[in-house]
Ligand binder design. Structure first.
Ligand SMILES: [Zn+2]
Length: 275
């Protein structure tokens, strides 16, 4: 957990300003001032500031987490604006982490925001995730998704993982070995079923799934509650059907199984999907 913010009276009590600002959380059953204070001490790493990362970051920051680290090396392009809601016309050509940090600081100046203009890869993944309390993966490609999963499992950090494709999305919380990891569920990249060319994505689906990711992270950090630990939410906005399915640990998982063959974060595929 990160150090206490100046101005707050103690680790567990809230200032009068915080009591007012987060009143709607404080009234929630199972949340209360203690949950809000735990949220304030929490440090989150967000991998990818795209369609999922933008709404996830907005809600995490508005909710009053202590610190948010943004990792992304992309610049803002016209095609991003259909769903990446932290960015607008005047931001084209700028780094996503720079613009996001400005917008997020304007939402809640009390949250410490760090921008890392780099790509999370196998060689730096463990160092990137270390020191955080939870990782949110909103990346746009399977290579990074496996690397983030591996790094979190190896560093024993909870991971909220989300993805979107056309009209469909997924969200899960992985905390191996207490739950399955991403590799338990997808030992081979699902890429073969999801073509590399731009398959399209409903913009509002990114908001729906990204918000669900933030909601899962906030509840986990505030009071340890998770409806998606060991489960996966499946969203289909074409039919507006939502399902929540149980996931199984794989005894032969290459990462968290009985005889693992993966000991460092390892990429499995290279092509991008929409985010
Ligand atoms: Zn596993």
């Amino acid at each position: 957990m990160s150090t206490e913010r100046p101005g707050s009276t103690s680790l567990s009590s809230l200032s009068s300003d915080e009591m007012e600002r987060y009143q709607a959380h404080l009234s929630l059953p199972g949340f209360g001032p203690a949950g809000q204070a735990r949220l304030r001490r929490a440090s989150v790493l967000l991998v990818g500031v795209g369609g999922l990362g933008c709404p996830a970051a907005q809600y995490l920051v508005a909710a009053g987490i202590g610190a948010l680290t943004l990792v992304d090396d992309d610049i803002i392009e016209t095609t991003n604006l259909q769903r990446q809601v932290l960015f607008g016309d005047d931001d084209l050509g700028r780094l996503k982490v720079d613009v996001a940090a400005e917008r997020l600081s304007a939402i809640n100046g009390a949250v410490r925001i760090e921008s890392r203009r780099e790509r999370l890869v196998g060689s730096n993944a463990r160092a990137q995730v270390a020191g955080h309390d939870l990782v949110i993966d909103g990346c746009d490609n399977f290579a990074t998704r496996y690397v983030v999963n591996d790094a979190c499992a190896l560093e024993a950090l909870p991971l909220v993982s989300g993805s979107i494709y056309r009209y469909e999305g997924q969200v899960a919380l992985f905390e191996s070995p207490h739950t399955p990891c991403y590799r338990c569920v997808f030992p081979e990249s699902p890429e073969a079923e999801t073509p590399c060319h731009d398959a399209g994505v409903l913009g509002a689906l990114a908001g729906l799934v990204g918000s669900a990711m933030a909601g899962e992270a906030v509840q986990w950090l505030a009071n340890g509650a998770s409806a998606l630990a060991g489960r996966m939410l499946l969203v289909d906005t074409a039919s507006m059907r939502f399902r929540n399915v149980r996931l199984q640990r794989a005894a032969d998982c290459a990462l968290c199984g009985a005889s693992p063959s993966i000991h460092e974060p390892t990429a499995v595929a290279t092509c991008a999907v929409a985010r």
